[in-house]
Design a protein around this ligand. Structure first.
Ligand SMILES: C[C@H](O)[C@H](O)[C@H]1CNC2=NC(N)=NC(=O)C2=N1
Length: 97
């Protein structure tokens, strides 16, 4: 099972993930899309990737603002699987804009 990262390791990893913040309890990024359908489309693409990875973010949609939170629930904290998922979410968001 993936190991929970230390606070220092999370800080280091977040240095390479623009727009993400957080700590070993979870990392989050909020993005604003052009419209509600665009926001839902991003979430739909993230859903496909999450199924591929068998790793799923917590997602909050408010009109055209989407917040993704990544934490490995089974491990009780943030692991490298969350960093990998965050990078994949970034690719999807940037590809939608
Ligand atoms: C059986 C399956 O691997 C697990 O239930 C997965 C699914 N997706 C998951 N996603 C996240 N973020 N944390 C988990 O612990 C998790 N567990």
């Amino acid at each position: 099972m993936a190991e929970v990262l230390t606070a220092e390791a999370v800080r280091d990893e977040l240095g390479g993930l623009a727009g993400w913040s957080g700590d070993p309890a979870g990392i989050i990024r909020t993005v604003e899309l052009a419209s509600f359908p665009d926001a839902v489309a991003v979430v739909d693409r993230v859903a496909v990737t999450a199924e591929e990875l068998d790793h799923h973010p917590d997602i909050d949609i408010r009109w055209r603002t989407v917040t993704f939170r990544c934490v490995t629930h089974s491990a009780g904290g943030v692991t490298m699987r969350d960093m990998d998922l965050a990078r994949r979410i970034d690719e999807i968001v940037e590809g939608t804009r």
